[in-house]
Write a protein that binds this ligand. Structure first.
Ligand code: SF4
Length: 329
């Protein structure tokens, strides 16, 4: 067992922040080594203490299935999808109510960059009106300016999901500065920022991954975590393959440690047990079109998306209980 790794992890348990250099040392831990299990133990303990052993389920509705001008290499909509679909208002409302009834802690409305913003605002307003509980409403949409940020806030969105993705500007047609500007616009309008280190593939080096861990911390995001890239046929990055769930769990654990004093919730995607034993406590349920799924409805029997019930079962299997609060703050 490396003394240095042991000391870093012990210090973290006392609430001490880690440096970038220490973070790099953690990234170099060999899988299946004793240090790896000490890393998992440390992150798991920090998360469970912070959330009092609770987990959260955030539920996402994809509103449209269409070609997106941002052309992200990891996304089905960055290519040329073979059909175009937009959920009707009625379908969106039904799915929102179903997620609320199932006990989701937050509801995300997600679109491609092709979706009309004023239409999104109209739909968001309707969805917000129909929700009876304190469920958080979250926008996962294209970049926007300060006026749009205020509109989102005015109709009742409480947060946006917005990440600067790995190799943003190279694997996507978005300048990372544009993503940052959107985050700042949202913050200025009083919206919370939900963020995650994503989408991680085998080609990403530890420095690139650590950059995003520390960016999330610097931005003061409400939660962080890690998502691996799902290698989806027809996407440009399909041939690069995937990291495995143990590698993902390691990154989830280190992200937890980087956010040691700044976040109660730490996500993993797609939902998986190894990460839930390594410091994750936030999972996503999904329905409708989805960037990782050729199937136009990810919650159908052929789709990848999990239901709230399936996410809840995973949390229980990992020994986490349901969150008593309907908020990620
Ligand atoms: S990830 Fe989002 S922005 Fe990128 S191509 Fe897909 S829908 Fe468009």
């Amino acid at each position: 067992m490396s003394n240095n790794i042991h000391e870093i992890l012990q210090s973290t348990l006392k609430g001490n922040e880690i440096s970038r250099k220490e973070c790099l040392e953690l990234m170099e831990i060999h899988e299946f080594s004793p240090e790896m299990y000490e890393l998992f133990y440390t992150a798991n303990k920090l998360t469970r203490e912070r959330s009092n052993g609770a987990g959260q389920i955030h539920a996402q509705i994809g509103l449209d299935y269409t070609a997106c001008p941002r052309k992200c290499g990891f996304c089905i909509f960055g290519g040329i999808p073979n059909e175009t679909i937009e959920l009707s208002k009625e379908e969106i409302m039904t799915r929102a109510k179903n997620f609320e009834r199932a006990g989701a802690d937050a509801l995300y409305l997600m679109t491609t960059a092709s979706f009309d913003f004023s239409n999104f605002i109209t739909l968001g307003k309707e969805v917000k009106k129909s929700l009876s509980s304190k469920i958080q409403l979250v926008a996962n949409i294209d970049d926007f300016g300060s006026t749009e940020a205020q509109e989102l806030q005015d109709v009742g969105f409480t947060a946006i999901y917005h990440a600067v993705r790995l190799r943003e500007g190279k694997d996507t047609k978005i300048d990372p500065k544009t993503r940052m500007a959107t985050i700042e616009n949202a913050k200025s309008a009083g919206l919370k920022i939900y963020f995650c280190v994503e989408p991680i593939g085998p080609e990403h080096n530890p420095d690139e991954i650590i950059d995003l861990m520390f960016l999330g911390k610097k931005l003061g995001v409400e939660f962080s975590g890690a998502m691996r890239r799902t290698s989806t046929p027809t996407t440009r990055l399909h041939d690069k393959g995937e990291i495995n769930l143990v590698q993902l769990a390691k990154i989830v654990a280190i992200t937890r440690i980087v956010m040691v004093n700044s976040a109660m919730w730490n996500c993993t995607h797609e939902p998986n047990l190894p990460s839930l034993l390594a410091g994750a406590n936030l999972l996503w349920a999904e329905t409708g079109p989805n960037p990782r799924d050729k199937c136009p409805d990810t919650s159908s029997s052929e789709g990848r998306g999990l239901s709230v019930e399936q996410c809840r079962k995973l949390l229980m299997e990992a020994g986490l209980k349901e969150s008593p609060q309907k908020s990620a703050s």
